[in-house]
Design a protein around this ligand. Sequence first.
Ligand SMILES: CC1=C(/C=C/C(C)=C/C=C/C(C)=C/C=O)C(C)(C)CCC1
Ligand SMILES: [Fe+2]
Length: 287
Amino acid sequence: MLFTQTMVSLRYYFLALSMLLIGIPHGAIDHIISSRLYDLKGSISDQLKFYIPYLLLMFLMALVWILSGIAGFILFVIITIYHFGQADIEHLDLPDSSKRVLTISRGLMILSLVIFVDFNYTLPVIGEATGVALQEIEWLYNNSYLLAILLGLQHPFLMSFLTYQNKERFELSWWYPVLDSIVILFLFLFNDPIIGFSLYFALWHSMGHFLEMKDFFNKMGESLSVWKFYKLALPFSSISLFGLAFIYLINNSFGLEEKMVSLLFILISVLTLPHVLVVEKMLKTKR
Ligand SMILES: CC1=C(/C=C/C(C)=C/C=C/C(C)=C/C=O)C(C)(C)CCC1
Ligand SMILES: [Fe+2]
């Protein structure tokens, strides 16, 4: 119990550390990836070819949130499911149809676990962001833990089924991805959602992305060491961190935890839309 309480009191440090070490940097080299993808040089017109669409997409996402919290949230749910699923499933040697199923199933598992394992905490946060008091929808509230378990369990099941069916492609290790999906399920079921999310975001999502980027650089005849990665990510990571610190300070003086987390949540989603499209293009090009 004491251990759990200590962990919960430290959860925002966990989240900050995970975002600082890799969550933010993994998106902060989108401009470098794009310059390789679209063969952009240092000229102003080439730079604008990246920044205008990228910023426009961020603006668009912010606009959706402003116009309708629920529309912003639904769009974000779709993007997150796809992006989390894709980043984890892409490297598996499976037929495209199985990959598509597993991408959705994986993203659905992770997002549902984040949202439903501790709905007393997350539903008010989402309620604050969307303006819809989800925590007052009785059916949802009463069945949250069941939803977490069902939407969580479907993934290891589908994964076992589809990897076993293709086991000749994996030789002895068809069950590795199954084990991996069970580890994630347990990671979330027995943890605070913020801690579960931080660990998943740093150790699976961002790490997987880093390896894909490294691979992408190699295919382009360049290298990407950890050191080079951080150096390239430094400018935009610093900007994001200053922004976050600023919001944190402002909110702290008004002091409302739900408001702060929900704002963080909206910001993540604004940054995520263009990022997802860059990653999508990178993965398609790599094939
Ligand atoms: C619901 C919810 C959260 C979910 C965050 C998500 C789902 C982030 C997705 C990020 C992506 C897709 C990044 C891509 O690189 C938080 C912030 C943990 C706080 C508690 C409520
Ligand atoms: Fe990502």
